[in-house]
Design a protein around this ligand. Structure first.
Ligand SMILES: Cc1ncc(COP(=O)(O)O)c(C=O)c1O
Length: 438
């Protein structure tokens, strides 16, 4: 009997790998693309074809693939110790990382998780537990922003206001209140913007007047709600949220998982509003896209409420890989790369790229061109229902990894993209747009 031909990695993947955020039936005719190598902003498939990683591999990669400094930091740590549990033990990388994050954020206490959703759940649990420890156990509900996204584990889904992700699990979830956002697209003038902020603030104020006593925290994605379709709100709104949270004694949780680590131009997006949250969640770019790690940073006030002889008043939350030394070493190398000079260089680079992207800003089928830091987004006018997958496939054929969210096209490239790759990305996007709208 002839031997059956060896199956490709892509075919084997469809058989045994249940891919994330994917209706697997889509892969019946179009298997996933096998990637064998990465270098800078480029990924390479099994045929050696280059692809620009224009979305930083789900927003995690900051300094490109195959980054020598991050690789060296991980390798050096690998020769020392790869992993130890963080209960009862500690190690230099986690201590140094916590110290550096404290200096850069003003939040002194770091609790680690693995992915973004574990960080948002840690912050939400810690907030409610804080209120319990200070004698206000009734404060155990949450508020999120309309359209907010904070991860997809059951607790995080409570504050993730995206029906596609939540509807199937609604009976499992204790759904949080969603408060309106002054979407910058609806505010063409500063006057409109001020009025929209006021409307949103009045709505939240009215809710808090009735519910502050049962609300632990408000969780927000500061400045840009990426998964909602790149909904931008002005820093002034964030500052008003801080005021309301302080007035009504509700924690402000800044989920900076997507927008932190320099993505919006500052290390944390909150800095642009002059706001210090009670909790900051970081993940994704924290390790430069190398290893899974998340962290929740919080204040001394919160920390002190858990300091007690009674174990049950402590925060008894853990994950096996909490504070993994390799991941912390990658994060330390990433923070070294992401210094103030780099943030300034990013601002200049973003402006140069912005000029290159002019044909997209002016494209008759794109509107609401918007940018903050190294995030660009446009909404497609009259997009067909299947625009996103069609566009993504057409972009792949043209050498760009892009995944629109609904009818919103966006770029979120690594910070090492140069103008040549920027021009190639623009041309791929224009070509894919023409094909997907045909
Ligand atoms: C703002 C925000 N929070 C939380 C998450 C969840 O992170 P993870 O996918 O690592 O669980 C994401 C992921 O996209 C995110 O964008």
């Amino acid at each position: 009997m002839p031997a059956s031909p060896p199956q490709s990695i892509a075919a084997r993947s469809v058989r045994h790998v249940w891919h994330p955020c994917t209706q697997m039936k889509r892969h019946a005719d179009a298997p996933p693309l096998e990637i064998v190598r990465g270098d800078g902003v480029w990924l390479f498939d099994a045929q050696g074809r280059p692809l620009i990683d224009a979305i930083s591999s789900w927003w995690v990669n900051l300094f490109g693939h195959n980054q020598p400094r991050i690789k060296a930091a991980i390798a050096a740590q690998m020769d020392r110790v790869e992993h130890v549990m963080l209960a009862g033990l500690t190690h230099a990388p986690v201590v140094e990382l916590s110290e550096r994050l404290a200096v850069r954020t003003g939040l002194d206490h770091a609790h680690y998780g693995s992915d973004g959703a574990s960080a948002t759940e840690i912050a939400l649990k810690m907030s409610a537990h804080y209120w319990r420890n200070v004698g206000r156990p009734g404060k155990n509900r949450y508020i999120g922003l309309a359209g907010g996204y904070h991860g997809e584990t059951v607790g995080a889904l409570a504050v993730t206001d995206v029906p596609l992700f939540r509807a199937s699990y609604a009976p499992l979830v204790r759904i949080a209140h969603a408060t309106p956002v002054p979407d910058s697209r609806a505010c063409p003038s500063e006057l409109d913007q001020a009025a929209r902020i006021e409307q949103a603030v009045v709505a939240l104020d009215a809710y808090l007047q009735r519910h502050a006593d049962d609300t632990a925290a408000l969780i927000v994605e500061p400045l840009v709600q990426c998964a909602a379709g790149f909904v931008f709100h002005p820093p002034a709104f964030l500052a008003r949220l801080r005021e309301l949270c302080t007035r009504y004694e509700v924690h402000l949780v800044a989920d900076e998982i997507a927008v932190g680590m320099g993505r919006t131009g500052t290390l944390l997006a909150c800095e642009q509003a002059g706001v210090r949250p009670d909790f900051v969640c970081l993940s994704k770019g924290l390790t430069g896209g190398y290893l899974p790690l998340s962290v929740v940073l919080t204040t001394d006030t919160v920390y002190q409420a858990f300091w007690d002889d009674d174990a049950a008043r402590g925060f008894l939350h853990s994950h096996s890989y909490t504070g993994n030394p390799l991941a912390c070493s990658a994060a330390l190398a990433t923070l070294e790369l992401l210094d103030d000079a780099r943030l300034r260089a990013n601002a200049a680079l973003a402006q140069r790229l912005d000029a290159l992207f002019a044909p997209l800003h002016e494209h008759p089928r794109l509107r609401h061109a918007r940018r903050l830091g190294m995030i660009w987004a446009w909404d497609v006018v009259d997009a067909p229902g299947d625009f996103a997958p069609r566009f993504a496939a057409a972009a792949l054929q043209r050498g760009a990894l892009l995944r629109p969210i609904g009818a919103t096209l966006y770029f979120m490239p690594p910070y090492v993209i140069d103008e040549e790759a920027g021009a190639a990305l623009r041309d791929a996007a224009l070509g894919a747009l023409a094909e997907a709208l045909r």
